[in-house]
Write a protein that binds this ligand. Structure first.
Ligand code: IVH
Length: 682
């Protein structure tokens, strides 16, 4: 790339010096960032770097692999899309050693051979899959995995990762090679980043994977550059001009070509040895600087990989062994009945704090009283608690041998613990609900929900502030938010000139919103983000929904009966319509970019049957409603006609049944990709 005016002729010695500096700097960069074994001081590196930069500027001679090309790209308007030359597949899972043995059996059966197979095993990195395309040794494009076929072009961001070679040195650089790997953030860096963000009042990332994904999908690469990302390369896509016989040979080449490879890779023969390596990785896992939730097992020989081929979206030659979810043992000190936005009362356990997988857990949802009965959970019990990914910790089981006899049952409340109103059992019979319309807990949570990020997105109106404003009588309904005056805020202990102004500004800014967001903000029962979007697609504006007839909503085929009933009820209530009019008179400006004129009914899950099992980030009911809203059928048990089993944590017997019948399993996030239309429907 030529960034500076080129001089007529560059003296040969200068040219040579620049080339040498690029080589040296890249080598030192590799020693530091890949091998973690620097030979020169940071100051010396900086001196050489500055010298190179001066020479490049003076003579206009910038080599494509120059370290100065890692930073300084102007911010983008959006990330462009790019196609993978070879699709990026996903991996099948094995949840036990026995399932790893079954995988090995399948491989042998498919190859019609009794001979022990050679495998490679490495940690599964919890980051973001990436493809780096090199042409004649120079990095020219980096794409995220996307849907496996088309990803986002994050080339300028990837270049800021110091461990990524801009140019392949010291190895035979082929004409074309697409290298795959995982971009990730170290746990310590993730924690430091979150601490910094918390201090600055910015939202924190839920886990290192989200932090890595958020950092790599930036429009401004100078932000990515500050995020200390890493890369581990483990796979190959399209290739021309070099031939590898096996995964091991490829990894060896990667090392020689100075690419960072996984922290541990082993090559062994036979499944017993594979299981030994899995155990080793699990033991070493706590010492790794990065988060890993399993090990990836691959058939080593590329010829055998080819013979085994691909089934749907996953290769038959690889699988991901998932470590059992993080668990810990602790005591339930107390159980409380917590009242949510819609009045639902959920039992929550307060635990003796326990460290699980690097996080201190002191609360756990018990979901509902059926769950308490089923697991026979009592106050004072010693329990096994599990935390998996970003899912809220839950109680797996009670260790009954530890009971002393003083443990107490926790009965459902007969009165709302917050407002004292009566409590009703839901139609389904599982949930208890406070019927008090003015229940403080419900009102506060409705206000909090209204202001939350996915709703009206009012920065600075979190749980604590809502509680304060509510207790002072300043905001007792979300309409009051728009009546807040800076002077009112300044009288409260928590607000100073600047913070008060910030809140007023955030409220003002939130007045311009979309119909989809606004509908979600209203907290209409059963209307989540997706249903709100569907409504926005089908109704021109807010007034279009006033006095709506249920027949018009149910016509939108993705809509289930429950949502329809709830929406129609809401928009036929005179009090609600008055509230909406008040909001508009207070300056709310609602646009509707989602409205689809003559919108055709989209039922992408038409003809598919889903079964949902295990603990998911949302309740099973919500997930099933979502499936039905997309035209799919949600069934209660697995059969031959099941298209997908949606797998949460702690899945139970349905998983085995699905395996026996050859029913495909998908994770919650895979389901969400399908919902968003990111995944391919097959
Ligand atoms: S190999 C066809 N190796 O896991 C197989 N993947 O669940 C391609 N991942 O999309 C993947 N560490 O993002 C492979 N050592 C590793 C990995 C790994 C993490 C991720 C990758 C992939 C996902 C599949």
């Amino acid at each position: 790339m030529l960034k500076y005016p080129r001089m007529e002729k560059i003296p040969a010695d200068i040219k040579h010096e620049i080339e040498q500096l690029v080589k040296d700097l890249n080598y030192h960069c590799y020693l530091y960032h890949v091998l973690d074994a620097p030979e020169i001081s940071d100051a010396e590196y900086d001196r050489l770097y500055r010298h190179l930069k001066e020479l490049e500027e003076k003579y206009g001679y910038v080599l494509p692999g120059s370290p100065t090309q890692r930073v300084g790209a102007p911010p983008l308007d959006k990330l462009e899309k790019g196609q993978h030359a070879e699709p990026m597949l996903s991996l099948d899972n094995a949840f036990s050693h026995d399932e790893v043995r079954e995988f090995d059996q399948r491989v042998k059966r498919f190859l019609k051979s009794d001979e022990e197979v050679e495998y490679t095993i490495e940690p599964k990195y919890d980051g973001l899959a990436m493809e780096l395309a090199y042409r004649n040794g120079v990095l020219y494009k980096a794409l995220t995995r996307g849907d496996g076929y088309v990803g986002e072009d994050v080339t300028v961001n990837i270049k800021t990762i110091k461990a990524v070679p801009l140019k392949i040195e010291d190895a035979d650089a082929p004409e074309e090679v697409d290298i795959r790997g995982e971009v990730y953030m170290d746990i310590r860096e993730f924690e430091a980043l979150n601490a910094e963000r918390e201090k600055a009042g910015k939202p924190v990332f839920a886990n290192p994977r989200n932090a890595a994904a958020g950092s790599i999908r930036q429009l401004d690469s100078s932000i990515t550059a500050k995020r200390k990302l890493h890369l581990a390369c483990y796979g190959i896509g399209a290739v021309r001009g070099i031939e590898f016989k096996s995964q091991w040979e490829f990894i060896t080449w990667l090392r020689k070509a100075r690419f960072p490879v996984p922290a541990l890779i082993k090559r062994v023969k036979g499944v017993d040895a594979v299981i030994d390596v899995i155990k080793e990785i699990e033991e070493k896992r706590k010492d790794f600087s990065f988060e890993t939730d399993g090990a990836v097992i691959k058939v080593n020989d590329f010829r055998l990989q080819k013979a085994l081929g691909i089934k749907t979206r996953e290769p038959r030659w690889a699988t991901a062994y998932k470590f059992p979810a993080h668990q810990g043992i602790t005591r339930i000190n107390e159980i409380i009945a917590s009242v949510g936005r819609t009045g639902t009362i959920t039992p929550v356990a307060f635990l003796e704090p326990v460290r699980i997988g690097g996080v201190t857990v002191s609360r756990s949802t018990l979901h509902n009283w059926d769950e308490i009965d089923r697991k026979d959970i009592r106050v004072g019990d010693t329990v096994v608690v599990e935390r998996a990914g970003d899912v809220i910790p839950h109680v797996v089981s009670v260790i009954k041998e530890k009971r002393a006899g003083k443990e107490k049952h926790f009965n459902p409340p007969v009165k709302c613990p917050v407002c004292g109103s009566a409590v009703e059992r839901d139609e389904g019979g599982v949930a208890y609900r406070c019927i008090g319309l003015n229940c403080t807990a419900q009102v506060q949570q409705r206000i909090g929900h209204y202001a939350s990020r996915a709703a009206m997105d009012i920065d600075g109106l979190g749980e604590k502030n809502v509680e304060l404003l509510y207790s002072k009588g300043l905001v007792t309904h979300f309409v009051d938010i728009y009546k807040l005056k800076k002077d009112d805020l300044l009288e409260l202990p928590r607000y100073a000139e600047k913070s008060a102004q910030n809140l007023i500004d955030a409220i003002e800014k939130s007045k311009h919103t979309t119909l989809a967001r606004f509908l979600y903000s209203l907290g209409i029962v059963h209307v989540g983000e997706y249903a709100a979007k569907l409504l926005a697609r089908n109704f021109r504006d807010l007034e279009d929904l006033y006095h709506v007839k249920p027949e018009r909503i149910i016509e939108i085929k993705q809509m289930g009966e429950k949502i329809t009933g709830s929406v129609a009820h809401f928009f036929n209530d005179p009090g609600n319509l008055q509230t909406l009019n008040t909001l508009k008179s207070l300056g709310l400006n609602i646009s509707n970019p989602d409205y689809e004129t003559g919108s055709s009914e989209k039922r992408p899950f038409e003809g598919m049957t889903f079964v949902v099992t295990g603990t998911l980030p949302k309740s099973r009911k919500e997930v099933e409603e979502l499936i039905e809203s997309m035209g799919g059928h949600a069934a209660g048990s697995v059969s031959k006609s099941t298209s997908f089993l949606v797998l949460g944590d702690d899945p139970g017997s349905k998983l085995q049944k699905a395996k026996d019948l050859g029913v495909k399993t998908i994770s919650y996030s895979e389901l969400m990709s399908m919902v968003k239309g990111e995944g391919r429907l097959f």
